[in-house]
Design a protein around this ligand. Structure first.
Ligand SMILES: Cc1cc2nc3c(=O)[nH]c(=O)nc-3n(C[C@H](O)[C@H](O)[C@H](O)COP(=O)(O)OP(=O)(O)OC[C@H]3O[C@@H](n4cnc5c(N)ncnc54)[C@H](O)[C@@H]3O)c2cc1C
Length: 556
């Protein structure tokens, strides 16, 4: 589409989109009267997933050729990373006198890391024996970006048992039941802890305002407007500071250390400012490095922060930990499709749980708004590419409308701005008022469903190494439901902190080494893997060839 075709922009949208918006407006009153389409049957869900969900495209995956999960199929982008060569060898790093020596080392600066640090301290690890290190600033993470809410079954007619069934159903019954049990049973305790820390959850008459999420059979979504993640990180990060836990920022871990017994003995960090390696010997290490959104699997844009490059997966894999369910990727059904400046950013599921319904170019509703995420995403892709009923943006991306003005029509004027203040502002900055006009959306890469194998106490199979949050797999199986990840980072961050503290009290790390990294590189070579790629990635590189070329010319 040429610039001439785009024409004028009115209230944020190109003129040519107005014809479709008029159809959405024309059908709104009838749709409000009729209600949304019914939820799909199990067979219909399976059908749309098989036909349209990106995970079901066999040619987008291949089997891993090395390591403990050898043979498992996963997206090419993940295999590329797990089969990349280490950036350091044992001979590069002097481990004879580590720069830091602590009882518990926490890798990450997000929710799971902060919660783990707090509970390791509560379990008796003094602050001088506890160290948190983060790739970016403390709090620059996915946790802070979470919008919609956190699930917890804390009142009748709900119960942890019902929550358990929802989580298993959402995950296609591939979850580890022990992890799900821990997740749902700890839910009410987590909310209570947040309340004590001073988190301001939405309430009516002193009671939590709880809503549905996709795939939930009870209203158990607790939220702080549509910036729940920010509110939770506000109180949790404050608490880390109040307690006085040391956090080293801009110092990503690049490899784990193991001792002769095969126990985790700390990590090697890379100081992004001085470009020097830093060594930390630790009796227990917690991996809380988050997910992989910035791998842009199958070219999808992402909702994730810049640090989401799967570093933890790479490090743990080389240390011998299996990865689970890496064949499944969560594409959030509603990422922003227009305007291009915010492409792929999240249009929270809360918009749908408050009444906004997806509609096509002709203003027709085509899917129950709160299907599980994978099903909802597949239905939107089918509407755009199978039924050819999407709206094409000036940059050639297709999307469907999320009919946001329905929220005020259902709940009364002012509701959207009050309950979804961050959403309103995100589009408003680009001249679009989502209380008046619908929002154009398309699926976006959102969440790493799988991850490193842990047990219910957040132990990995490497003694002394614990993991929690998005880096870990098994909790959500092959599809996470909304609100269960904030719960996950709290439940397994807490369990990881407690387990790490008790391990560190009983065990001292012996002489650390990087021999396992050399052994992994040898395995790559003997599998015939030839690549220049190095991992962990640390930061994604968005420079295109043209930009790189210009830089080289400047330098010469
Ligand atoms: C836009 C958005 C909205 C969301 N909304 C919701 C929601 O409403 N409800 C819900 O339940 N979930 C939601 N999620 C998902 C949820 O926020 C995350 O899955 C969860 O918070 C992950 O927590 P985490 O601590 O594991 O990872 P993160 O919070 O991402 O933290 C990982 C940390 O590790 C650091 N790190 C990475 N690599 C290294 C390294 N090599 N060394 C040291 N540090 C490293 C990162 O910089 C970061 O600080 C949302 C996610 C996004 C992106």
């Amino acid at each position: 589409m040429s610039q001439a075709d785009v024409g004028q922009v009115r209230d944020g949208y190109p003129e040519y989109m107005r014809e479709s918006i008029a159809k959405v407006e024309a059908t709104r009153a009838q749709r409000l009267k009729d209600g949304s389409p019914k939820a799909m049957t199990a067979e219909q869900r399976e059908h749309v997933l098989q036909e349209w969900h990106p995970d079901y495209k066999a040619d987008k995956k291949r089997a891993l050729r090395v390591g403990p999960s050898k043979g498992d199929r996963m997206p090419h982008e993940v295999v590329d990373l797990l089969e990349a060569y280490p950036s350091i060898a044992a001979s590069d790093i002097d481990l004879s006198s580590p720069d830091f020596e602590v009882q518990v080392l926490i890798l990450g600066g997000g929710g799971a890391a902060s919660v783990a640090a707090l509970f390791a301290h509560e379990e008796g690890i003094p602050t001088e024996d506890l160290l948190m290190v983060s790739k970016l600033r403390h709090g620059d993470c996915n946790s802070v970006m979470a919008q919609g809410g956190i699930q917890a079954a804390d009142r009748a007619p709900d119960s942890p048992a019902i929550h358990y069934l929802d989580v298993l159903g959402g995950g296609h019954y591939t979850n580890n039941p022990e992890l799900v049990k821990a997740l749902v049973n700890d839910g009410p305790l987590v909310i209570d802890w947040h309340e004590k820390l001073g988190a301001l959850y939405d309430k009516v008459d002193g009671k939590y305002l709880e809503a549905h999420g996709g795939g939930t059979s009870r209203m158990r979504m607790h939220s702080a407007k549509d910036y729940t993640g920010l509110e939770l990180m506000r109180v949790i990060r404050d608490e880390v500071r109040n307690v006085g836990i040391t956090v080293i920022e801009f110092a990503p871990a690049v490899e784990l250390l193991l001792d002769e017994a095969g126990h985790c003995a700390g990590a090697v960090l890379f100081n992004l400012e001085t470009e020097e390696y830093v060594t930390v010997k630790a009796s227990a290490t917690v991996l809380a490095t988050g997910g992989f959104g910035r791998l842009h699997i199958q070219g999808f844009p992402t909702t994730n922060h810049y640090g989401a490059t799967a570093d933890g997966l790479v490090m743990a894999y080389r240390a011998g930990v299996r990865v689970l369910d890496m064949d499944s990727v969560q594409y959030h059904p509603t990422g922003v499709a227009y305007p291009a400046a915010i492409l792929g950013q999240l249009a929270t599921e809360k918009l749908r749980n408050q009444g906004a319904e997806p509609v096509n170019i002709d203003g027709e509703s085509f899917v129950f708004p709160l299907e599980p995420r994978d099903v909802e995403a597949a239905a939107i892709i089918r509407e755009c590419y199978g039924n050819d009923k999407g709206v094409t943006t000036p940059s050639g991306i297709r999307g469907v409308w999320l009919d946001t003005p329905m929220i005020d029509a259902i709940h009364g004027p002012g509701t959207l701005k009050s309950r979804l203040a961050a959403m309103w502002m995100m589009w408003h900055r680009h001249g679009i008022d989502i209380t008046k006009d619908p929002a154009l959306v398309f699926p976006t890469l959102h969440y790493q469903n799988g991850g490193v194998e842990i047990d219910a106490d957040a132990r990995t199979t490497v003694p002394g190494l614990f993991a929690g949050g998005e880096v870990a797999g098994g909790v959500h199986g092959k599809n996470r439901l909304m609100g269960n990840s904030l719960l996950d980072y709290n439940v397994f961050g807490r369990r990881a902190g407690i387990s790490a503290a008790s391990w560190a009290r009983a065990n001292r790390a012996q002489t650390p080494s990087l021999k396992h990294v050399d052994a992994f590189a040898a395995e790559l070579r003997s599998a015939g893997i030839k690549t220049e790629r190095k991992a962990p990635m640390i930061l994604p590189d968005y420079r295109r060839e043209a930009v790189l070329e210009r830089q080289l010319k400047i330098l010469t």
